[in-house]
Design a protein around this ligand. Structure first.
Ligand code: SF4
Ligand code: FE
Length: 482
């Protein structure tokens, strides 16, 4: 297994075409816009140091090699594995207060493990064996993979094959003896620039006419033809200043997302896991999405633990820590957080073995988990801002706090209770600002799919006919509908 330092070093010297703020970035590793996200992903290569119990969660035993492996490369072999995943994500979220990115590729591997097995069983395709070889490679080299699902989609009312621009969905443009050539893009790719591998999957259910869009494959992140455009985040120019104003100095906000463009990228057949089997696009999307939605009551609750702590600390600094309405609001934040955790644990504990042998979460409960995240995280953030006070929106910069003329004035007039430095108050306030700002909240809404995507899956899995039968029986009516 790699250490955190080895992971960071393994990212250096790659000849990737990366852009940020209109500039080509030759070496993202030491760049202030990228480094916090790299630090965060690196924690997945380390035993969470503050939590001995979580240390045991960080590794697993490979069912392929029998070796101890990093859990982020493991194929889940039991419901205990699924529960361990959630507990691990919470423990790491508590440490980083931010997204650590490595779950997406992990979920992609597990989803493909399940779906390639079913595809081969029904169609006689050769994908599962290839995928197993690929998983073994990822486990042995302890690689970070990003999972790439979201296509740009162009005109949302049109299927992939009907788009005026065919590149709005990833598609195959050439089939050769040694492999395929693919073109298109994936948007919002969490951790893409600091991953070793990109695992691509289709983004939606497909029709026969869309067969060229039914694609799953893996490429190294530095494969020729890949172009990365790194996204802006709320207050990201503060990172370049290296000051406390950025809030989470070490780990940043959410995942460091990028637009990843595939300009005719060659993929050898041994790395192709779906090519043309359009009927399996929808099952793959559903399995991947459910695995990823399982996570959100893990990582987001770890992050919420930090926010609750920051809010309580700030209230205490300001002398209102024991005020009853403040304690009531903090209780509410804890309740909302633990409700999300309950959902993630439940969908994991109610998981089941698939034909492939891998364990899969309860998809209905996993989708409920994520839909609740789109609401509770906003409410938790609202309560944090309520308790913190309006000054988090009007606070002068750290540069003013340390200025020879106005520094003493800022220090005096932003002071809190005795024994607490103004800088401490600034630091915690900036953390609250950072964790409840635009980028952080939008990720909770749309990461792992937008709320409507969860509602579609929830209704599909809800078994409404069974519920109407229950009601009809108790009401003593026969269901007379045609
Ligand atoms: Fe993992 Fe959470 Fe980040 Fe998704 S949002 S990659 S589940 S830490
Ligand atoms: Fe995410």
């Amino acid at each position: 297994m790699k250490t955190a330092d080895e992971y960071v070093e393994s990212l250096r010297g790659r000849r990737m075409e990366v852009y940020f703020m209109g500039e080509r970035i030759d070496e993202p590793v030491d760049h202030p816009a990228f480094r916090p996200h790299i630090n965060s992903a690196a924690i997945t290569y380390r035993r969470p140091p503050h939590d001995a119990d979580a240390s045991a969660l960080a590794t697993a035993r490979s069912h392929l090699t029998g070796d101890a492996i990093n859990r982020f490369t493991h194929i889940h072999q039991s419901t205990e594995d699924l529960v361990s995943k959630v507990r691990l994500l919470r423990a790491i979220g508590q440490h980083t207060g931010s997204c650590f990115q490595r779950c997406v590729g992990w979920d992609a591997m597990n989803a493909l493990y399940v779906v390639t097995h079913d595809m081969d069983a029904q169609l006689g395709t050769p994908y599962h064996g290839r995928l197993v070889d690929y998983v073994r490679y990822v486990q042995t080299a302890d690689l970070m993979c990003t999972g790439a699902m979201t296509d740009p989609k162009g005109d949302r009312s049109l299927a992939p094959s009907r788009q005026p621009d065919p590149d709005q969905y990833m598609h195959v443009v050439d089939r050769r003896e040694a492999g395929i050539v693919v073109r298109g893009a994936k948007v919002h790719q969490t951790g893409a620039v600091n991953s070793h591998e990109i695992i691509v999957m289709p983004t939606a259910a497909l029709e026969p006419a869309d067969a060229d869009y039914a694609l799953a494959f893996a490429v190294p992140a530095d494969a020729p033809g890949l172009v990365y455009v790194f996204g802006r985040q709320t207050n990201d120019s503060r990172k370049a200043e290296g000051c406390v104003d950025q809030g989470n100095l070490q780990y940043g906000i959410v995942g460091g997302e990028a637009l990843v463009v595939f300009e005719d990228v060659f993929v050898p057949w041994e790395r192709v896991f779906m090519c043309g089997e359009y009927a399996f696009a929808a099952p793959l999307v559903e399995v991947f999405a459910s695995y990823h939605r399982q996570n959100y009551g893990g990582c987001k609750t770890g992050v919420a633990d930090v926010l609750i702590g920051a809010t309580a600390l700030l209230a205490d600094y300001q002398g209102v820590g024991k005020v009853s309405h403040v304690r009531d609001k903090i209780t509410e934040m804890v309740h909302l957080t633990e409700s999300l955790y309950c959902c993630s644990i439940a969908c994991s504990a109610q998981g089941a073995k698939t034909g492939s042998g891998a364990y899969f979460v309860d998809p209905l409960l996993a989708n409920v988990t994520k839909l609740n995240v789109t609401r509770n995280v906003y409410e938790i953030g609202r309560l944090a801002q309520d308790i913190a006070g309006g000054f988090i929106a009007t606070l002068p910069s750290e540069h003013d706090l340390h200025h020879p003329r106005v520094g003493p004035l800022v220090g005096k007039y932003y002071s809190a209770r005795e024994g607490v430095s103004t800088e401490a108050r600034f630091r915690v306030a900036r953390l609250v600002e950072n964790m409840t700002g635009g980028t952080a909240l939008v990720e909770s809404m749309h990461g792992a799919g937008s709320p409507q995507a969860q509602k579609i899956m929830i209704l599909r899995r809800a078994n409404l006919p069974q519920k109407t039968r229950l009601a009809a029986r108790l009401a003593g009516v026969a269901d007379e509908r045609p």
